[in-house]
Ligand binder design. Structure first.
Ligand SMILES: NC(=O)c1ccc[n+]([C@@H]2O[C@H](COP(=O)([O-])OP(=O)(O)OC[C@H]3O[C@@H](n4cnc5c(N)ncnc54)[C@H](O)[C@@H]3O)[C@@H](O)[C@H]2O)c1
Length: 265
């Protein structure tokens, strides 16, 4: 028997046409690439961040018509700014289906030098923002009887506590716990909550941590002997975002790390 057209099968399995994705931290390196992947798959996307110039350079690379991709300026540590995202996106696109929480900072401070102010700042940016955004979008979906999908940006630091980034690591570990808790609570409402766990991808927020000795340590510990390329996060993003392909996936931490996390000896 002839195998029917495989592209139709794949299009239906990963159908994202017309969906709307809000990407917090989409002005950055990893989430910018993930947003591009969603846009290429047919989503309309909103990049949320503090820097319109960064969003503009993403859009220029995409060659995107302005009605399919927008930038929304917000400091996501501020609840009063996060609550303004939903009405703006509803006004532009009339729906929200996918919400990615990717804003983070990663200052490498020796453990005994971490001040309370730095600790609070990292917690506010990496964890409180995710909690606030989940509260706000979760309530919106549940109140309106809508399904949705949240992807929280976790990290290798959550599953393998990494030297030099103590507070970053604990925020990413806590974020996994939050992801699992919300997945359990909201499955009944048709809301899936997952984490995406990248290994090492050279980007802005880890540039200061990646000196020569650390790069060597990472390579020695990564069976694929290389960094990830940001576009290698797109397949995992589409799986988690797709209503059909990812329909039974919730509470997971999808690792994309070239084997770093499974390496011991
Ligand atoms: N790069 C890696 O190897 C790596 C590995 C594991 C996990 N991650 C995670 O992936 C996500 C993206 O990382 P990246 O490397 O692309 O970082 P990045 O610094 O390029 O992007 C982060 C973005 O978040 C924005 N942001 C930070 N604070 C904000 C705030 N208060 N309000 C609004 N926007 C804010 C930044 O301006 C930036 O555009 C982060 O959550 C990071 O922890 C990255």
């Amino acid at each position: 028997m002839r195998n029917p057209d495989s592209s139709t099968f794949l299009n239906e399995l990963f159908d994202l046409k017309g969906k709307v994705a809000v990407v917090i931290g989409g002005t950055g390196v990893l989430c910018g690439a993930m947003a591009w992947g969603l846009w290429r798959a047919g989503c309309r996307v909103v990049l949320v961040g503090r820097n319109p110039g960064k969003a503009e350079s993403h859009f220029q690379r995409w060659g995107s018509p302005p009605d399919e991709a927008r930038f929304f300026e917000a400091d996501v540590t501020r609840r009063d700014q996060v609550v303004t995202i939903i009405p703006a996106v509803m006004d532009w696109f009339g729906r929200i289906d996918i919400w990615i929480n990717g804003a983070a900072i990663n200052p490498p401070v020796p453990y005994f030098d971490i001040t309370n102010e730095q600790f609070d700042n990292i917690l506010d940016t990496n964890l409180k923002t995710v909690h606030m955004a989940c509260q706000i979008i979760g309530k919106h979906w549940i109140d309106n009887g809508q399904k949705g999908c949240i992807i929280n940006m976790s990290s290798m630091a959550a599953v393998r506590p990494l030297s030099r980034v103590f507070v970053y690591s604990l925020t990413k570990a806590a974020l996994l716990n939050l992801t699992q808790n919300l997945a359990r609570e909201w499955a009944i409402h048709g809301i899936r909550v997952n984490a995406l766990c990248p290994g090492f991808f050279p980007a802005e927020q880890n540039r200061r941590v990646l000196d020569k000795s650390r790069v060597k340590a990472i390579m020695d510990h990564t069976p694929m002997r290389r960094f990830g390329d940001v576009e290698e996060l797109i397949g995992a993003t589409l799986l988690l975002a797709s209503e059909k392909a990812g329909s039974f996936v919730t509470g997971s931490n999808l690792v994309v790390d070239g084997g770093f996390s499974v390496t011991s000896i």
